[in-house]
Design a protein around this ligand. Sequence first.
Ligand code: FE
Ligand code: ZN
Length: 509
Amino acid sequence: MTVPTQKPARKLSMQQRYSALTHDLDWDPTYVTEDEMYPYTTFEGIKVHDWSKWEDPFRLTVEAYNKYQSEKDRRLYAVLDGFAQSQGQLNLTEARYMNAMKIFLQGIPSGEYQAHRNFSHLARYFNGPGARFASLCQSMDELRHAQTEIHTLSHYNKFFGGMHDWNKMSDRVWYLSVPKSFFDDAGTAGPFEWLIAIGFSFEYLLTNLLFVPFMSGAAFNGDLPTMTFGFSAQSDESRHMTLGLEGIKFMLEQDEDNLPIVQAWLDKWFWRGYRLISLVAGMMDYMLPKRVMSWKEAFELYFEEQMLNGLFKDLEYYGIKPPRHVQWAIDEKEILSHQVYWVLYQYSHAAAFTTTIPNAEDQAWLEEAYPDTWPVFKSVVWDKAQRVVDSGERYFNPGLPQLCQVCQIPMGFTEPGNPLVQCQRHSIYEGERFDFCSDGCQWIFDREPEKYVQAWLPVHQIYQGNCGGPTLPDVAVWYGLEPGDGGEYIGSMDHQDWLAWHAPTIKEG
Ligand code: FE
Ligand code: ZN
């Protein structure tokens, strides 16, 4: 046996260097208490004994972070320039593809900006330097996402309706209160709940269900800018997912009293997030002229397989159980997109996107993707809508829908196991009745009724006279809608423009 020779002291390891660059710059306050310096990390009941246990597994420095991000931005903006110069919008599959991007632009960048603000808050108010620095990076990422999304889609705004007032719309229009209320709910929670809501449930559990369909949908439909933006953001997502996972593990490892609090947040935010991305289900199955995969397939792959059978098996070690209403979501996977798109179809006269009856090709695809449920929906819903069209009309629902008090989606979901019976739950709070779309939303309300009674429900606001006036044209003006933004796709301004751009040109000579 040889005696190991003593090696001379080497350079610092990656981890030591990172720690020296971040954690070692931290200090203990002397003239204020820790509670005075970090006043927001105790009221939620999460017990932390040792903040230094929070590891940032990415070990990025500010210098490296900026270098990576600016390189990614350079690539994105080069693609955007090339696309604009070559009139790339003409090579999309069809103009109706843009409807998915309209909803994305109206609903997502303002959420990214909210995320930017809240992660900045965490970057200041978390007690540990590891948690603060990871939050700072995510805060910068989210600002970049908001900017790159707006820049990416601004090119299309020159050619298509529905994209001109996205920021005003995201504050006002009925279906956009769904994402807005989601981020408002998370942003008004404490820092740890925010981390479970956004960092874990949204970024970890559900992010692939949001990003993969959008990115591959963009790729399949000739939308190079959105695809490039998506890849650029997706590489940040892996860091965000890690922060979310690190956050939940940190809470669970610090004190076993944290388990029930974390579990309840997870139950709540799984359902909130799942209801929010039901818009994605409608988009995937109905709005893309060329489909990538069905909502059902995506849900099975990215949620059931990767999360339920993967991640939650790992979290079992800490005592974490799968989200409370997960079975309901599984049961809905065959019908979710049909129900959501039907709601969008009926009310698109008051929206900044257009809808249309699935054409023959779409219907063949739906039949194959949903052999059990599509035929029922076709006969109950679309055949009737088609008869209306055949008679020279278009069906729009003239009334205002009842909204779920929690997710704010019109009540169009059905009882589990019975897609022909609308699901409705209600709770009484201080003598007043509140209605919900599902057990999940009711459970969330019953935990914190004092929060959800304050919800800004678009339909109630219209009835109270807070949305520009009593008639649809009044409300449309207040929403910022312009002619050509919404309604039926066939014959719409976008459709007519598209046909004109692609009309065969007659060559002279
Ligand atoms: Fe983001
Ligand atoms: Zn609901």
